[in-house]
Design a protein around this ligand. Structure first.
Ligand SMILES: Cc1c2[nH]c(c1CCC(=O)O)Cc1[nH]c(c(CCC(=O)O)c1C)Cc1[nH]c(c(CCC(=O)O)c1C)Cc1[nH]c(c(C)c1CCC(=O)O)C2
Length: 345
């Protein structure tokens, strides 16, 4: 099947589909016993990311259970900092750790953009395997972290509650901060181009901490870098749609969508579906935003919540998804219930 005929791409091109196409953030993950088994076999999460056969295997696992319209590459947004020369490791039960960027001297030690492909080669290989092995109607999504979110991890060396270290560097040493943002922006654009070359049919930019940016700097550090990345990618691959996900951006989503021209915009759980349908849907294809907690609890509330979303976006181009990733404590059976409620079968 040609990419543009796949249901996910039809929705991104502006078509209202009933039922809407559906996939889940983190659909390959710890809530699935077969994922935990493959991860064990790989040794660690990072080894899994860099083992093309195994990374492709975990990408395919949820599709054997559920009839999703898309698969998302199994990788992580922090592979780009690693490819730029940062040390990266994951502490069980705590999350990622990286060597920190606190000064221009730290920045000097990073590698040039062109060097990233030496590290990221296995990711491109995962995509090539997936394009060969996915069901023919399933769209393949590539992704990267947006520069601001990636910078928050590179500066703090770990996840932080309020991204204060990154915001402080932004004020105390704007030259270093801007140079880091530019480096990540250029690396991300090259990374996404290579992902498309390797088979990605849609790309998604995760800006998980966009909501932590001061409002006055949102355009500069969320919208402008996204636009720069997408301009570079679109110049080379004009037909490949992008989904933006500036999380917790509230009404700033409108300017973000207008300025970047994203084909799709993912919304987090805080966004009112009626507002998104009224304000965002005329501008772009909305994707979201079921609360992942409902996949832990299930029951009538899950069915009702799916129905509400379906009704809110009826007649609009829309992609059903969660407002954030599915959590490890979710019940795999609830995913079936969710899809049944969405599709009425
Ligand atoms: C901030 C961020 C990261 N990674 C990502 C983000 C942005 C989206 C978001 O806000 O969740 C994005 C991401 N991470 C992962 C994917 C793969 C595609 C997908 O299934 O959606 C994607 C798109 C796999 C992963 N990335 C990670 C896992 C869990 C690893 C494991 O223990 O098996 C997976 C499946 C690890 C990871 N990776 C990251 C953190 C903070 C953690 C630890 C938290 C956790 O354990 O859930 C960084």
């Amino acid at each position: 099947m040609k990419s543009e005929d796949k249901r996910l791409l039809r929705a991104l091109a502006g078509e209202a589909l009933d039922p809407p196409p559906a996939w889940m953030m983190r659909q390959a993950g710890r809530y699935l016993p077969e994922y935990r088994q493959t991860r064990e076999k790989a040794g660690s999460f990072l080894e899994l990311c860099y083992s093309p056969e195994l990374a492709a295997e975990v990408t395919l696992q949820p599709l054997r259970r559920y009839d999703f319209d898309a698969a998302i590459l199994f990788a992580d947004i922090l592979l780009v900092p690693q490819a730029l020369g940062a040390d990266l490791w994951f502490v069980t039960g705590e999350g990622p750790r990286l060597s920190t960027i606190a000064s221009s001297a730290d920045l000097q030690r990073l590698k040039p953009v062109d060097a990233i492909h030496d590290t990221l080669g296995p990711v491109y290989e995962t995509l090539r395997i997936l394009r060969e092995s996915l069901p023919e109607e399933t769209a393949l999504i590539g992704f990267a972290g947006a520069p601001w979110t990636v910078a928050t991890y590179m500066i703090a060396g770990q996840g932080t509650k309020d991204q204060a270290p990154a915001r402080q560097l932004m004020y105390s040493d704007p030259k270093t901060f801007d140079a880091l943002m530019n480096l990540i922006t250029d690396a991300t654009a090259q990374y996404l181009c290579r992902q498309i070359e390797a088979g990605a049919e849609v790309i998604k930019l995760f800006d998980s901490w966009a909501g932590a940016l001061p409002g006055a700097l949102f355009d500069k550090y969320a919208t402008a870098p996204a636009k720069r990345i997408l301009d570079i990618v679109r110049a080379r691959y004009p037909g490949v749609p992008a989904i933006g996900f500036p999380r917790q951006a509230g009404e700033k989503l409108l300017d973000f969508v207008d300025a970047t021209g994203v084909a799709g915009c993912a919304i987090d759980t805080s966004v009112r579906p009626e507002w998104a349908a009224r304000e965002l849907s005329p501008r772009t294809c909305v994707q979201g935003n079921l609360d992942p907690a409902l996949l832990v609890t299930g029951g009538d509330m899950l069915l009702k919540s799916v129905d509400n979303l379906k009704n809110a976006f009826a007649g609009q181009p829309y992609i059903f998804n969660l407002g954030h990733g599915i959590t490890p404590d979710a019940d795999p059976a609830n995913v079936n219930l969710m899809l049944k409620a969405l599709r009425g079968r």
